[in-house]
Design a protein around this ligand. Sequence first.
Ligand code: GLC
Length: 663
Amino acid sequence: MIRRFVIGTPLDTEAVLHKPEVDQGVLPYFTIEGTTLGMKLAKEDVVYGLGENVRGINKRGWIYESNCTDQPHHHENTRSLYGAHNFFIVKGQEHCFGLFVDTPGRVIFDIGYNRVDDMKVTLENEDYELYLLEEDTPEAIVHAFRELIGQSYVPPKWAFGFGQSRWSYFTAEEVREVARGYRENQIPLDMIYLDIDYMERYKDFTIDREAFPDFEELVAEMKAQGIHLIPIIDGGVKVEEGYDVYEEGVKHHYFCKDVDGDDFTVGVWPGKCHFPDMLNEEAGRWFGRKYKVLMDMGIEGFWNDMNEPAIFYSEKRLKKVFEKVGDFKDINLDLKNFNAFQDLVGNVSNNPEDYKSFYHNYKGQKIRHDKVHNLFGYYMTRSAQEAFEELEPEKRVLLFSRSSYIGMHRYGGIWMGDNKSWWSHLLMNLKMLPSLNMCGFMYTGADVGGFLEDTTEDLLLRWMALGIFMPLFRDHSALNTRRQEAYVVEDKAAVRGIISLRYRLLPYIYSEFMKATLKNTMYARPLGFVWPEDPEAVETEDQLMIGESIMIAPVYEQNKSGRTVYLPEEMKLLRFDGAVLAEEQVLAAGRHYIKVGMNEVVIFVRKGHILPLAQPAQCVAEMDWQDLTLVHFAEEGTSYELYDDDGISRRVSLEGSLRTLTV
Ligand code: GLC
C-alpha cells in the first residue's frame, strides 16, 4: 500500500510521475515536529536504502545528508556524496515500511547517530511530500517504490562491455595507444572515455583541434574496432567572448542569476563559468540540444560531470578573499589568526553560502538555488536525454551522471563519483550497489582501480574481479596517478582472463539487468533480502546476490589468498581461472574458507538455478548470444528465462525478448 502526504505547497521534483491521491490521514510510525520526523527504532530494526552513501547496507548507526556534494576525499565519516537519494526502508519484527522524502533541498537522516534508538529525518525545506509504502518484505517495498518512480534508464548493450577511462588522454594519438594496448594484448574493450582534455580550453561541446585534429576520423576508426568514444560534459559553461554556447546563454538569459540579476559567475576547470539554468525548461532544452554537436561527429554516449554543481570558487567570494588576505601578511599567525586565515582561504570551494547566492527561473518563479540544490544534476541529465529522444528517437544513447536525485534514474545511470585506490573503497563499491538499485539506479558502478591515489596490481585485479558484476564496468583514474589500464598489469593473463569472464557472463548480466529494470526489481540484492529470516544472512554485507542465480563474495583485503564465505543454503561453487571454468563443487550451507588466486573469480550458483555463459569476445558486437553454455546446479528439465534484444532500440519489453534455456 502506498500513501502520499503533502506538507505545505512543495515544488514538484517530478521524481514520481503518477501520484496517488493525497492522504488526509496522519503519517504513521513517525512524530512530526516542525520539519523533523522522529521514530523510535527497535533493537532488531534494519534500515536499508539511501542510495549513494558511505557505510553499510544496513544504514543504522550513522548520520547521512542528502546534499549533492563534490566530495572526492570521502571516507566512512563523510555524510554526503554526489547524489541525493531520500528513500529508505525500515524492516523490523513489528513493521516493514519504506519512506520517500521528496524534497529538492537538504535533508539529514540521523539513523541512530545522536541517540542509538532514535531515527530523525530533518528537512531544510518546509514544504515537501512523503510517500509511505507498506508491504510484507523489503523486496516488495522496493518493487512498489520502483513502480511509483517509473522504469529505470536502459543503456545500449555495448555499454555493458568494459570501458577504459583516464583523466589525461591528452591527444588523439594517446587514445589510439589505449586502443592498441587493449587490442594487441587481446584484452576486451568496448569504450574509451574522453575526459576534459578533448575540449578546447575545457569548453563544453568543443574539440581541441590541435590535440584532436581528426576527431571525427578518430571516432570512426575506433568504432571500426568496436570501441565507442564517450566524451565528458561539465555542468559549467566557460565565460569567453565568441564562444557560441556562452553567448547564446547570455543573450537568452539561460544562465543562473545572482542576487542582482547578473549571470552568476563561478570558477570550474575553464576558470570563469556560468551555470545553465537546468531547472528552466527553455534553458534545459537549449543545453540538451547542444549535445548534437558531438553526436554529429559520431558520438553515441556521454558522461555528465561537476553537476552538483561543483564550485571551485565564486567570483564574489574570491574577490573578498583577495581583499582580506593582505591583513594576514605581516601579522603573527598564532592559533587564532592561523585558523582565521585558513577559514578565509580554505573554504572557497563548494562554500554553502555560495549555493544560497544564485537563482533559478523555474516555471516563471525565482527560486534560490539551495532550495532546489539536489535537482541540478538530475535536470541536466534529463535535458540531455530528452534531447536524445528527439535526436535519436529509435536508438539508445549512453548517458550517466555524477550528481543525481531520484527521478533521474529514468534518464541516465550514475557512476559512484570520485573514489580512491583504497581497499575500503572497493568494499564500499559492493555495498553501494544494492542501495542504489533500491532507489532506481540500475546502470551504475565505481571507478575500478580507484580514481585518486596510486593503485597497486593486486588492488586493480581484485577490483576488476568485483567490477565484472557491475552494470557499469569502467577503469578510471585521475591525472598524475599511476597508470592503471589493464594492459599495464604485469600479470596480463590474469587481467585478460578476468575481463574476458565479464564477456562470458554478459548474456546473464544483461538478461538479469533488463528483467530487473522491466519488472522494477533489483539486479543486485543484499543477502538479507533473499533470506530475511536468516540472521547471519541479514548481517552479511560483503557478499551480494547478482540476479536470480548467483552469489558473489569478492576478496576486498590486501595480502589475502582467500576469504570466508557464508552460504545461507547449499550452493555450487564455480571457480574460474580467468575466463575458464576450472572447478565445480557443491558446498553445504554454512561458513567456508575459500581460496581465490589473483587470476581467479569464484561464483556461487543457487540450487535450482542456471548460469548461461557465452564464448569470450573482444567486444560486445563480436559476441554470439546463441552459442551459450549452461552451467547449473539444477535438475534436468530446469529452465532459465534469458532476456535478449537487439541491444539498441529504445523500445524495450519482456514480450518477445525472452528465450527459455533448459538443461
Ligand atoms: C571530476 C570527475 C572525474 C574527472 C575529473 C576531470 O573529478 O569526477 O571523473 O576525471 O573531474 O574531468
